[in-house]
Write a protein that binds this ligand. Structure first.
Ligand SMILES: [Fe+2]
Ligand SMILES: [Fe+2]
Length: 197
């Protein structure tokens, strides 16, 4: 394995979680649906604990969390841009439209977050010794939550958009109801939504 790139993955993961906290804090200013608000409050708390878990993992692996890399700068820039996009919507659009923007921003943020943890899991499988233990302990606490963050938020985004188009929507989304935690589960939930209308 490329040790330098494994370190880079962790720097990007840290930056994703840090940015994620701000993305959720701003999304919570945009949210209208009470049930979705509750969910995002929970995901914000989980994101805060993910940041702590990445920091602990870096410490166990002897990585300096303050080290800057060009890759993590890009991740930070994307996070800040997502916050800015939601602020634009908050200023100039209806609350429902701002909520849709927030949903889309979260799907983007969570896509990167989900990828990071999927990769951390794969790295852990191949790692040895102390690194393996640290990475395994980390993904075991986080990976399932990231599945929920991505698949459930994607479901909310689609259904709230459908509702805004005046088309039949399933709310809360089937991904939520079926407690989807895998890509195949998300595909099944999406297929089954027609029967739920
Ligand atoms: Fe996370
Ligand atoms: Fe997440």
């Amino acid at each position: 394995m490329n040790k330098e790139h494994v370190a880079e993955l962790l720097y990007q993961a840290l930056e994703t979680e840090k940015g994620g906290i701000e993305v959720y804090e701003t999304a919570l200013k945009c949210v209208v649906n009470a049930e979705l608000k509750k969910e995002w409050e929970e995901y914000l708390e989980q994101t805060r604990s993910h940041e702590r878990i990445v920091l602990e993992t870096m410490e166990a692996m002897g990585l300096d969390p303050a080290k800057e890399t060009p890759g993590r700068e890009v991740v930070r820039h994307i996070g800040e841009s997502l916050v800015e996009a939601m602020e634009m919507a908050l200023e100039g659009d209806t609350p429902e439209a701002a909520q849709l923007v927030a949903c889309e921003c979260l799907v983007e943020a969570e896509t990167k977050d989900h990828l990071n943890w999927e990769l951390i899991h794969q790295v852990a499988e191949k790692a040895t010794g102390k690194d393996r233990e640290a990475l395994k302990a980390a993904y075991e606490q986080v990976e399932e939550q990231e599945d929920e963050h991505l698949y459930h938020t994607t479901g909310w985004c689609r259904e709230l958009w459908l509702e805004s188009l005046g088309l039949p929507a399933v709310l809360p989304p089937p991904e939520e109801e079926k407690e989807v935690k895998t890509a195949i589960g998300a595909a099944r939930a999406k297929m089954a939504r027609k029967k739920m209308l």
